[in-house]
Design a protein around this ligand. Structure first.
Ligand code: PLP
Ligand code: TYF
Length: 398
């Protein structure tokens, strides 16, 4: 029956994490997977989430099925977090939000929905992007192409080339955009660039599909929602998949959502109905514990303030590690410009190290990063940052 099946090569990021754990060298450093680790190198348990869970338990343990679209309180809080409370799109009923199994679940439900309702569309992702974007949309039957994004020469965005490509796309093409903290490069569009992009999206009648997996890790919760709010202010119709995996450190709980911001309430109602049907056909309904965590943390003023402070601390620790790595490398390898560590945003930085240099870092120095040269800055701490800089400088010397 199954003899013909091709072996699955595995996900290279998860494979690297396994290799890291199997490595016996005590000084090893894990900069591979996009997970926030604290100063002690541990996965944090946020007190805001712990307190929310205590309240959930205290309220009783019944676990009914949620509806296909998820928990109402969770969905309402997500819409407010994305757009800001009292936003006209929310009060006018133009936002269709479903709670999903992580933002991956949201991205996938959105992909399947779009394949049904815009079957001729192509999907355009940034060059480069998170590998799973391509896999997910191709898995839904889409043709996936890239638009120019990262500029290796400047460490910035090839913004003119990006706009040129988008200007040439057929109407109703789907354009996947990282709302903040671009994975893998850490290079984001500035507010002025979003403002320049929006007229192109509108004139070409493109469908923006925002991926917001790192809200709060760039410049702040509201600052990182700039794109979400600018598209709404411009009156565009768009999708946004957002995640709480990193921002609440609840990876395995699978907390995320998908929202469609529409032109009218009637349209949003139609979209919501078909999103529910899409969910029905895949996993029927999302998890109740995930919903309650999100609803409690965001819906309670005290827990929310606590969470915002915790998220700010994570963001500031990453920023401090960027400064420390930059300073140490600048001393160890004078004449090279490491300014990109300071200008890039969020968990990731693109180092420009070649795959051979990445292999050398792992084999000779026990510093683990993925072969694109991306590092997860959140894997750095005061105990390993100097050693990491020394290893990188040694590899750069050749
Ligand atoms: N999008 C991007 C860019 C990511 O880096 C991730 C990370 O895992 C995800 C989406 C999916 O996150 P999750 O499914 O845990 O919400
Ligand atoms: O890019 C990363 O490292 C994170 C974690 O299939 C991740 O987004 C990596 C691969 C994957 C799912 C999540």
């Amino acid at each position: 029956m199954f003899e013909h099946i091709q072996p699955y090569a595995g996900d290279p990021i998860f494979a690297l994490v396994d290799a890291f754990h199997a490595d016996a060298r005590p000084q090893k450093v894990n900069l591979s997977i996009g997970i926030y680790f604290d100063e002690q190198g541990r996965l944090p348990v946020l007190p805001s989430v712990q307190q929310a869970e205590a309240r959930i338990l205290a309220a009783g343990g019944a676990k009914p099925y949620l509806p296909m679209e998820g928990d109402a309180a969770c969905r309402a809080e997500v819409a407010k977090l994305l757009l800001g409370g009292g936003h006209p799109a929310i009060t006018e009923g133009r936002v269709a939000t479903i709670q999903t199994v992580g933002s991956s679940g949201g991205l996938k439900v959105g992909a399947d929905f779009l394949k049904t309702w815009l079957p001729e569309a192509g999907v355009w992702v940034s060059d480069p992007t998170w590998d799973n974007h391509r896999s997910m949309f191709e898995g839904s039957g889409f043709r996936v192409e890239t638009y120019p994004y990262y500029d290796a020469a400047t460490g910035g965005v090839r913004f003119d080339a990006m706009l040129d490509t988008l200007r040439g796309l057929p109407a109703r093409s789907i354009v996947l955009l990282h709302a903040c903290c671009h994975n893998p490069t850490g290079v984001d569009l500035s507010p002025a660039q979003w403002d320049a992009l929006i007229p192109v999206l509108r004139e070409r009648q493109l469908l923006p599909y925002l991926d917001l997996a790192y809200q709060g890790f760039g410049d702040g919760i509201d600052e990182d929602a700039y794109a979400v709010r600018a598209l709404a202010a411009a009156g565009l119709t768009y999708f946004v998949a957002n995640s709480f995996s990193k921002s609440m450190s609840v990876y395995g709980e699978r907390c995320g959502a998908l929202s469609a911001v529409c032109a009218t309430k009637a349209e949003a109602d139609l979209v919501l109905g078909q999103l529910r049907f899409t969910v029905r056909r895949i996993y029927s309904s999302p998890g109740i514990h995930a919903a309650k965590i999100v609803a409690h943390v965001l819906g309670d003023a005290d827990l929310r303030a606590l969470w915002q402070a915790e998220l700010a601390a994570m963001r500031e620790r990453i920023a401090a590690m960027r400064v420390a790595l930059h300073a140490r490398l600048t001393t160890l390898a004078p004449g090279r410009d490491f300014g990109y560590f300071l200008s890039q945003r969020g968990m990731f930085s693109y180092t420009g190290l070649s795959a051979a240099q990445v292999d050398q870092l792992r084999e000779q120095h026990a510093v683990y990063l993925i072969r694109s040269g991306r590092i997860c800055v959140a894997g750095l701490n005061t105990g390993n940052v100097d050693r990491t800089a020394e290893a990188m400088a040694a590899v750069l010397r050749g």
